[in-house]
Write a new protein. Structure first.
Length: 304
């Protein structure tokens, strides 16, 4: 296999573009999640999200690969998918629960802790070294993201009050930081990533059924607002099926640290989404932070 190529024929440049697109999708999770989380219990919301994602993914996966190829994966593969999905379900529950007590922008900024933690786990689990370029990009990305949070006044960090929701989300980010290192550890580029994605979704659904199935039985799904259902449908398709698959494809090419480093763009993207939704224009002091994040992304690409 040629260096920089995955089994699906993804080049390094294409992998970067796909990761940028994935960042656009995942950043929208914070905005959409903040809109719908009060309309449904966080655990039930995550369970319904996985159920809808599995149901929508089933026809495509079976038509393309067939029942035999889908269900003849090894027990080891199923176990690995279950471990990865456990990290994801823990993160999503924590995120939706935290959004009841904090803001979408706060959660997007706290999420900037993930690349550094993911880099540490990558070093421990898959021996992924941090080069000078990559280390510089991680540091710049963190500074840029924090700049957006603090409106250019980084001194605010020393007096920042971490609320209950912020602490909950920080724990969720700890689980998420294991996601890409585990993908790199467990799966290879020659694995069928569509099938892997489907089993991650299925095992995630099982984890959530064990954790929140009893709550679902006592939830009146018929009375849920239509806007909540539209939000769940969006999360199931774009920020679950599509983003999970793209991450599985890009991690073997770019590595866990570089894929997770793109999460530094989330605060700026959340600000952009808020602007498009008519929530006001951000202060001009945040613009240098956006520029710093862009520079960090260029450094990541320069490493190639």
């Amino acid at each position: 296999m040629n260096r920089g190529k995955a089994s699906v024929g993804v080049s390094l440049f294409t992998a970067h573009l796909l990761t940028i697109f994935t960042s656009l999708l995942i950043a929208s999770t914070f905005v959409v999640g903040a809109k719908i989380t009060r309309g449904l219990d966080p655990a039930v919301l995550t369970l319904v999200r996985f159920i809808v994602a599995v149901a929508l993914f089933c026809p495509w996966i079976f038509l393309r690969f067939g029942w035999r190829a889908t269900f003849t994966v090894s027990l080891r593969t199923l176990l690995r998918c279950s471990i990865v999905s456990l990290c994801l379900t823990g993160f999503f529950i924590g995120m939706f629960y935290a959004l009841r007590y904090t803001t979408a922008l706060n959660t997007s900024v706290i999420y900037t802790l993930v690349p550094a933690l993911s880099s540490l786990f990558s070093l421990l689990l898959v021996r992924e070294a941090i080069s000078l370029w990559r280390g510089s990009a991680l540091l710049l990305g963190l500074v840029g993201a924090l700049w957006v949070l603090c409106d250019g006044q980084l001194s605010i960090l020393f007096t920042m009050h971490w609320g209950y929701g912020d602490k909950i989300f920080a724990l969720a980010c700890l689980a998420m930081s294991l996601y890409t290192p585990l993908i790199k550890l467990f799966f290879k580029a020659e694995d069928t990533m569509e099938v892997i994605t489907w089993w991650i979704l299925v095992s995630g659904m099982v984890w959530m059924a064990l954790a929140a199935g009893h709550q679902l039985l006592h939830t009146d799904l018929v009375s849920i607002d239509a806007g909540v259902w539209l939000g769940i449908l969006y999360l199931a398709i774009f920020t679950t099926i599509v983003s999970f698959y793209l991450v599985q494809v890009c991690v073997p090419v770019l590595g866990p640290t570089r894929v997770m480093a793109y999460s530094y763009t989330y605060p700026a993207l959340v600000v952009l989404y808020d602007l498009l939704l008519g929530h006001g224009i951000p202060q001009s002091a945040t613009l240098p932070g956006v520029g710093i994040v862009c520079l960090a992304m260029l450094l990541l690409m320069r490493e190639e």
